[in-house]
Design a protein around this ligand. Structure first.
Ligand code: WT7
Length: 633
């Protein structure tokens, strides 16, 4: 299934469009199925209802582990690099990982977890997180990984929405020089939920934690006597594999649901092709398993391919800005996959930290999560890839489960800042605002997908109607991505960014409404409006306009309090970069906030504000401009 040259790509692409069932059927046949599927695909985007490999049953962990244990038990599966470069790392072979996973699966079973139960994983980047993910899959429990940077409130919302009955966590986390009280956050979250029966705690930092009798148990104690024999649960192809919460333009985060068969086929297929992984390569994706990138391209994709996947616990800038490159040299990393925000932040530290390392093991380097600007692309290409590593700018989403549009190294061509061509099986189109397909090239439009692929989102947990509304109703018959894109004369795509009220801060996806709701929790806030603005390192920064209900004596003290409120409600990643206290917000006569104007001001560009005289309160625009830190006077 690995595409080797341009002809191969074109033939595969054509076949995937002309006869998708045959195309995906042949790929699916390369996996271990417990029962063969009867029908490759059954779909309609109206309901919407999408079923891949119906009638088939499988367990994804047999494909990630058992089959590799048979052929190469001693190959390294996971290499773990700890936060502190002076601490011992850890390596697990496929055999060792298999044993860990089966043992922990038995621990979960012992604590009453059965097929279909939801299990929340709130852990930093320790290898036990990968074990917990796979152990859930082994017994058919649905994992919901929550990024360990989210606050107790956010964690509680996610636990409660999915009604998780068990949580796996750690005592604490190391991140650079910080030590974070993970278990304390879990305790606070659990006090707000009544579905949690058990908490399993892996000891990482050895900091003091309080353990509630009957409810909380230690990972290492439970694992002591656990058997390494755990038969894989038989799952229907469309049984749920996991839930992953992500932000939308409105309301609370939605639980994106992926299912077993299709996700397995596509995460493997896309991994193999986009990274052109070869048998002895060391592959490293710097994402956190708390995001979809970590699910698909740290855990499932690489392990399905029998690859060696590196997991890093720390941050790119500690002990210094050369850490990523030190790790690349230390393990002779061949494929390196990171985010533009990390590239920009390291770029700002100069060349000295890069020059210390050879980086000569690298073959392919990748980018994901947000549009990569030309300057960052060139720096990455010159100083990291040394002009010899194809850059794969991979466009995809939590909802797509896997990479959709991306160069294929040494197969398709590269154009800086372009995600270029769709992978075989992916049929992107551009629509105009009225929903008409733009067929020619050298155009710009709204990015939709017109045919299902195996890892498309199946439902939003507990709210199928919202799935339909969000993705399948804007343009009938198409999956709407929420992104705008360009297509050049050669048919290559460049993703411009979101066209809805979703912002992308350091590759983290956030709903402006979600941040506003958090801000509004502060008792003095009457109303707020949040917009994104261009930020040199984060890609987008968060700019919040806030109306208080009283005269503010110390603006800084008030701003600090609002920041603290957001940190508590969502987490540090959602803290506004700029807060401007205002006496009103520009509104239309029907009372709608004119975000377009607020976005312009936040970006420092007031030359094209347009006609503001039809506003309900035109004077407010002047006042906001006058006090905005972004407008040079
Ligand atoms: C949104 C999805 C998918 C993994 C990480 C983000 C933006 C993602 C690119 C790229 C330009 C990109 C889009 C997309 N995005 N990759 N290569 N170029 N933009 O997943 O949190 O679900 O966010 O990230 O706007 O819609 P996510």
């Amino acid at each position: 299934m690995q595409i080797r040259n341009w002809d191969d790509y074109q033939n595969n692409y054509q076949k995937s469009v002309e006869d998708p069932e045959k195309f995906w059927g042949e790929i699916a046949d390369q996996f271990i199925w417990k029962k063969p599927y009867k029908k490759v695909l059954d779909w309609d985007f109206e309901t919407p209802s999408i079923k891949w490999f119906e009638g088939g049953s499988l367990n994804i962990t047999e494909n990630c582990l058992d089959r590799h244990v048979k052929t190469h038990p001693n190959k390294k599966a996971i290499i773990w690099e700890p936060n502190d470069p002076n601490d011992d790392g850890l390596t697990w072979t496929y055999q060792e990982l298999y044993n860990e996973v089966c043992s922990f699966a038995n621990v979960l079973k012992k604590h009453g977890v059965v097929k279909g139960d939801r299990v929340c994983l709130y852990m930093p980047m320790v290898p036990q997180l990968a074990v917990a993910v796979l152990a859930c899959a082994r017994i058919g429990a649905v994992h919901s990984v929550v990024f360990a940077g989210f606050s107790a409130q956010s964690l509680a919302d996610r636990i409660d929405d999915a009604k998780c009955k068990l949580i796996v966590t750690t005592d604490g986390a190391f991140r650079g020089q910080k030590e974070i009280p993970i278990k304390g956050i879990v305790d606070e979250a659990v006090s707000k939920c009544d579905c949690v029966e058990k908490i399993i705690v892996f000891k990482r930092t050895e900091q003091y934690v309080s353990m509630t009798a009957q409810r909380d148990v230690w990972w290492h104690e439970e694992m002591e006597n656990a058997s390494t024999d755990c038969p894989a649960e038989e799952m229907e192809s469309e049984d749920m594999l996991f839930i992953l919460y992500t932000s939308g333009s409105t309301g609370k985060p939605k639980g994106v649901v992926h299912t077993c068969g299709g996700y397995m086929v596509y995460s493997h297929y896309s991994f193999t092709n986009v990274f052109q992984y070869e048998a002895d390569d060391i592959y490293w994706c710097t994402a956190d398993i708390g995001w979809i990138t970590g699910h698909s391209y740290i855990v499932y994709g690489p392990l399905l391919a029998g690859a060696t996947t590196l997991m890093f616990e720390g941050i790119p800038t500690w002990p210094d800005a050369g850490r990523f490159w030190a790790i690349c040299d230390k393990y002779k990393v061949n494929q390196f996959y990171t985010a533009p925000t990390a590239i920009r932040s390291l770029m700002s530290k100069g060349l000295e930290p890069v020059a210390r390392y050879s980086l000569n093991s690298l073959k392919v380097i990748g980018s994901v999560g947000e549009p990569i600007n030309e300057e960052a692309w060139r720096w990455y290409n010159t100083y990291i890839g040394k002009n010899k590593c194809p850059i794969v700018d991979t466009w995809w989403q939590t909802e797509t489960g896997g990479i959709m549009i991306s160069p294929i190294p040494n197969v398709t061509d590269i154009r800086p800042t372009y995600a270029t061509y769709p992978l075989p099986g992916i049929q992107p189109i551009l629509l105009d605002k009225d929903g008409n397909e733009i067929k020619e090239n050298n155009v710009e439009g709204l990015l939709c997908i017109k045919f299902p692929w195996p890892s498309i989102v199946r439902t939003l947990y507990g709210d199928h109607e919202r799935l339909k509304q969000t993705y399948f109703s804007t343009f009938k018959g198409y999956y709407f991505t929420g992104d705008g894109a360009k297509r050049d004369t050669q048919g290559r795509y460049r993703i411009i960014g979101r066209v809805d009220d979703v912002i992308n801060v350091s590759g983290h996806r956030m709903g402006t409404a979600e941040v506003e709701n958090a801000i509004n929790e502060h008792p003095w806030v009457v109303e707020s409006a949040v917009v994104g603005y261009p930020h040199d390192i984060k890609g987008q920064g968060i700019y919040a306009y806030i109306i208080p209900d009283r005269h503010i004596e110390s603006e800084q003290a008030f701003i600090d309090e609002v920041n603290e409120t957001v940190r508590k409600e969502i987490g540090p990643i959602a803290k506004p970069d700029i807060i401007q206290v205002v006496s009103g917000l520009p509104k239309t006569r029907s009372g709608k906030i004119m975000r377009r104007i607020l976005r312009k001001i936040a970006s420092g560009d007031i030359s094209t504000l347009g006609d503001t005289s039809t506003l309900l309160n035109p004077d407010i625009v002047e006042e906001i401009i006058e006090k905005s830190p972004m407008i040079k006077k």
